[in-house]
Each structure stands twice: as structure tokens, then as C-alpha cells.
Design a protein. Structure first.
Length: 391
């Protein structure tokens, strides 16, 4: 038996076979076109802002119907065409050879110089690609073209998100108990679709923007007391964390609540979980969680809301001590959010307008200034019980 196959889990072997078949079938047509004397070309959906659409019915960003041709005989597209074919070959070979390349590996495996002689007899060299952003862009084109996430092609990336809670999963051929991580947590693997959910004892999922707050909640036993799955994205979420959260909501029907800083960057992190991101709109169906709710921290948590009869969670002196003056970049980001269709709801307009008026922001950690157990036993439970979400 091949050593790589022997060491790979049965789940990996199946995923590897399916991905290799998809790539082979998708690019086989190019070879057939060449054999019959036809122009070799790829028809690829456009990954552009102009072709990114907010689907209000689904509540996610999706890729529009616009496409473009990448032709070998088009002087403007020939280099990209060759890069795409090169990248597809590298990925396919990694799959059939039982390898687990990273996106950095793909860059180096394809990086080399090609010598040429032009029609005037002059010689020169052309690099396949000079920087990783080139190879990354080609990889995203292939994802769109073959309709597979890079994770489904067993391409690895750095683990970022973490989870802890009363849940058992199967990763590879091992069963892992997420309730027995000590003071640590399970790092969400780069291939979250290969994780099997064995059993779970939780009523909701709490996604925390900041790793430090996640650790505080973990050590305070929040997930045990309130039967929660506790997840951190450690800032801007990676694809694996987003996919894992989507699966928890979609397959286990667990409500998802997002806790971020009260600033435009935190709110955008929430929207990436809920709506998807512009750069990855082609994968929002698998990465976004449209049913996710924004738990906080909100501007109305800080300053109250007279129209709704909502009081501030902070006293006047606490506001003076805890709030931070917004920077110009924060204000600029808030103005950008107002232009996004999914932030044009009554609730979000109010939040952003209060931010613009006060030009102040608040970090999650500020709430622990009232004591850690205020965050764990008062703020979060009260917000969930009252369904005090911004929508």
C-alpha cells in the first residue's frame, strides 16, 4: 500500500479523490479543445466588486452572472492562462500524490523562469509569477472555475480560530472531546468540512472577536454554565472558522451570536460572518451564516436608547473612563459601512449615526472594568434573554 494513503484518514482519501476528479473533469475540456484544433480558453466568473451582489432574500453576498474569457491566444490573457493551467497541474499532482500543500507551497512549486526567443530572435526570461499575490489570485480563479473551496482541495492555511465546549468531533480517524482542552482550546483545522460532528450538548454558539476575551470567558467557565460553544476568530475571521460556524448553525441548528468591539471594524467582522466578504462572495453560500445575530457591543449599550426605553450598561463615570476617542480611520470606515446595502437597516443606521455623532468607541474588555463576571453573568445572558440584537 502507498505510504501516503496508509497514513491518510479515510475521510481525507475520499475528499482527495472527489477533488482530483473535479479538477480533472474541469480542465480536461481544454485538452480536448487543443486536440481538435479549437482555441483553448477558460470561461471564469468575474471576481470583481461590480459582479458582487447582495442577495437580500438569502441575506448574503453572492457572485453575479458576469464572466470573462481567459484565452491562450489572446496576448493580454495568455500569461494568466498559462498560470492557471500551471496552478491546476500543481494542485492535481498534490492531490494524487497524497500531499497537503499550503498556499505558500503552491507559490514556490510554480515559481520558475521560462526562457524564450521572440520573432526577432531576441532571447529573454519570463517568470511564472513574481509575488504570492499573483499565485493566490490564480488559486481563487480556480476555486471559482471548478466550484471548490481550496480547503476541499486539501490546501492548508494557518490555523487561527479556536473552539471549546461540550462537544465531540471526529477529525481524521480520531474522536476529540472539546470539553477536555484544559485551559486551551481546539484549533479549528484548515479543512473544516472533513470534521464530523459526533454529539453536542449546547444551546447556542458565542463567537468572540478577541482571543483574550475568549480566554477569559473560557477560564471563567462561561461555556459550561450557559451550555455554549465558545469560538474566537482572533480578529478578522479566516475561512475555516467561518465555515465551521456555518456548519454549526446549518447542520445542528444552533443559534449564533457575535460579540465584537463597538467600532466599525468589529461591526464589519460581524458582517463577514453573517453576510460574507466581498473578496470571497463566490463562496458565501458555504462560508456565511445569514442567521447569525449581532449580540454587541453596540453604541446603544453604551449610550442607551430613549426611543426603545433602553438604559446604558455603563454609568456616566464609566463611560468617561472606558470609551476611546475614534480615529479618522474609524470614522472613514463607518462612512464606508453606511454605503453597504446590508448596513442600511434602521437598527444599523442608528448605531452608526450614534458612532458618528459621539466619535467614540468601546472595546469588549472595557466591560470587564465592571468585573469579569459582569460580562459573563450579566451582559451576555441579559442580551440573549432580551433578544437585544442589532439587525
Amino acid at each position: 500500500m502507498d505510504e501516503g494513503k496508509r497514513l491518510s484518514s479515510s475521510v481525507d482519501v475520499k475528499a482527495r479523490h472527489l477533488a482530483a476528479e473535479r479538477i480533472r473533469e474541469s480542465f480536461e475540456k481544454i485538452c480536448k479543445a487543443i486536440l481538435v484544433g479549437e482555441e483553448p480558453k477558460l470561461i471564469i466568473p468575474k471576481r470583481t466588486l461590480a459582479n458582487t451582489v447582495y442577495n437580500s432574500e438569502k441575506g448574503i453576498l453572492i457572485l453575479g452572472s458576469a464572466t470573462f474569457e481567459r484565452s491562450f491566444i489572446d496576448a493580454k490573457e495568455s500569461r494568466k492562462f498559462m498560470q492557471t493551467m500551471l496552478m491546476a497541474r500543481i494542485i492535481y499532482e498534490a492531490l494524487i500524490n497524497n500531499e497537503y500543500p499550503t498556499i505558500r507551497d503552491l507559490f514556490y512549486r510554480g515559481k520558475h523562469s521560462i526562457r524564450y526567443r521572440d520573432h526577432k530572435g531576441r532571447t529573454g526570461e519570463e517568470n511564472t509569477w513574481d509575488e504570492q499575490k499573483e499565485s493566490d489570485s490564480v488559486l481563487r480563479d480556480i476555486e471559482v472555475y471548478v466550484n471548490l473551496l481550496r480547503e476541499e482541495m486539501l490546501i492548508l492555511s494557518k490555523e487561527k480560530g479556536k473552539v471549546v465546549g461540550d462537544m465531540r468531533i471526529r477529525s481524521g480517524d480520531d474522536i476529540i472531546d472539546l470539553s477536555k482542552m484544559g485551559h486551551g482550546a481546539y484549533s479549528i483545522e484548515p479543512t473544516p468540512d472533513l470534521i464530523e460532528f459526533i454529539d453536542v450538548n449546547a444551546e447556542f454558539v458565542l463567537v468572540v472577536e478577541k482571543d483574550a476575551v475568549f480566554q477569559q470567558l473560557h477560564r471563567a467557565g462561561f461555556w459550561r454554565k450557559y451550555r455554549a460553544l465558545l469560538i474566537t476568530s482572533a480578529g478578522q475571521p479566516d475561512r475555516a472558522t467561518r465555515r465551521f460556524v456555518r456548519r454549526l448553525n446549518e447542520e445542528l441548528n444552533l443559534p449564533v451570536y457575535i460579540l465584537t468591539d463597538a467600532d466599525p471594524y468589529g461591526w464589519y467582522i460581524y458582517s463577514v460572518f453573517k453576510i460574507g466578504s466581498i473578496t470571497l462572495s463566490y463562496e458565501s453560500e458555504r462560508l456565511a451564516t445569514p442567521k447569525a445575530k449581532f449580540l454587541g457591543v453596540s453604541m446603544t449599550d453604551i449610550f442607551g436608547d430613549k426611543e426603545r426605553g433602553k438604559k446604558s450598561y455603563l454609568s456616566e463615570s464609566e463611560r468617561r473612563n472606558f470609551i476611546i476617542k475614534a480615529k479618522k480611520t474609524d470614522i472613514k470606515r463607518a462612512q464606508e459601512l453606511l454605503n453597504y446595502e446590508w448596513f442600511k437597516t434602521e437598527g444599523w443606521r442608528k448605531e452608526i449615526n450614534i458612532f458618528m455623532e459621539k466619535q467614540s468607541k468601546l472595546e469588549i474588555e472595557a466591560l470587564t472594568g465592571k468585573g469579569l463576571y459582569f460580562l459573563t453573568d450579566t451582559y451576555i445572558p441579559m442580551k440573549i434573554e432580551a433578544k437585544d440584537f442589532i439587525e
